[in-house]
Design a protein around this ligand. Structure first.
Ligand code: FPP
Length: 281
């Protein structure tokens, strides 16, 4: 079931887990409680184009630089023993971009998978891809399949790359999968939340506890619509290519300051009030 409410990390990293750190990272790490990290972090990597524009560079330079931020985020989360990290790499809406940019993004992803495989293996990362993968160019589909096969035996963090992904499309796909399972079985019982969860691309993963969005936009952009129901949202003005380990640690610290109630009320407030019916917020 994907909507677990357990905030604790299952395996805990040790303070030296990140290797050499800058003084700024050390200060942030000192404040971080490694036993209370989110189990699943999801990231909307936004602002590559603006980053490039500010430097009078083509947009694709922003995407290339963004892969460095992806690399740092992936390795840091894996070493902190976060269970799952989901990166929004290409949405169903991104096909509206110029063909040259789309081709570049696909090539960049393929290059990333080829070049970074040793790092993924070293960190015991298992790869998954979320989205309508069968609609991607054949070469991308092959690389995606290969990356999943090569890392299938790894027992560390699950790295999900959302590719040709749409949150609404995912819910539609889940409903259609349920309908086709029922075909010919004459089942007419109601669909449950648990059943729908099991048919999402994220099947078997905990829901994201923390959603990070870079570059300041206050939108969820059709990302993990079902799964982020109770996620803490952290929006930073930092553009994705400037997002580094210190900024990630800041997001994790901010997450630890939030009080998660899942629609209930604080425990101390509950002692003198009797809830009639849980209010959702
Ligand atoms: C949004 O910036 C970013 C994307 C649509 C692509 C993100 C892809 C990468 C960083 C490539 C690498 C991915 C992996 C998983 C290795 P934008 O172009 O919308 O920026 P803007 O809003 O400033 O124009």
């Amino acid at each position: 079931m994907s909507y677990s409410h357990t905030p604790k990390t299952l395996h805990v990293a040790s303070p030296g887990t990140l290797g050499p750190v800058t003084p700024e990272e050390a200060r942030l790490l000192e404040k971080l409680d490694l036993t209370r990290l989110p189990r699943h972090v999801a990231v909307i990597m936004d602002g590559n184009g603006r980053w490039a524009q500010k430097r009078h560079l083509p947009r694709i330079a922003g995407h290339r630089s963004g892969t460095q931020s992806a690399r740092i985020t992936i390795e840091t989360c894996a070493r902190l023993k976060i269970e799952a990290l989901t990166l929004y790499a290409f949405s169903v809406e991104n096909w509206r971009r110029p063909k040259t940019e789309i081709d570049f993004l696909m090539a960049l992803l393929r290059e990333y998978l080829r070049k970074e495989m040793p790092l993924l293996q070293k960190n015991h990362i298992r790869m998954r891809f979320l989205g309508r993968i069968d609609e991607l160019p054949a070469g991308v589909q092959n690389d995606v399949r290969e990356a999943m096969e090569k890392t299938a035996g790894n027992k560390g963090m699950v790295l999900c790359v959302a590719l040709n992904y749409g949150g609404r499309a995912e819910i539609v796909d889940a409903m259609n999968a349920i309908l086709s399972e029922r075909d010919g079985h004459g089942t007419s019982s109601k669909v449950t939340e648990e059943q729908l969860s099991r048919h999402l691309y994220t099947e078997g993963l905990p829901d994201p506890d923390l959603l990070i969005r870079t570059s300041g936009e206050m939108r969820v952009s059709n990302f993990l619509l079902w799964q982020i129901a109770y996620a803490e949202i952290f929006v930073t003005e930092t553009l994705w290519p400037d997002f580094n380990r210190a900024r990630l640690l800041e997001a994790l610290l901010e997450y630890q300051k939030r009080e998660r109630r899942y629609g209930g009320i604080r425990e101390d407030a509950a002692s003198d009030e009797k809830p009639v019916r849980a209010a959702g917020n």
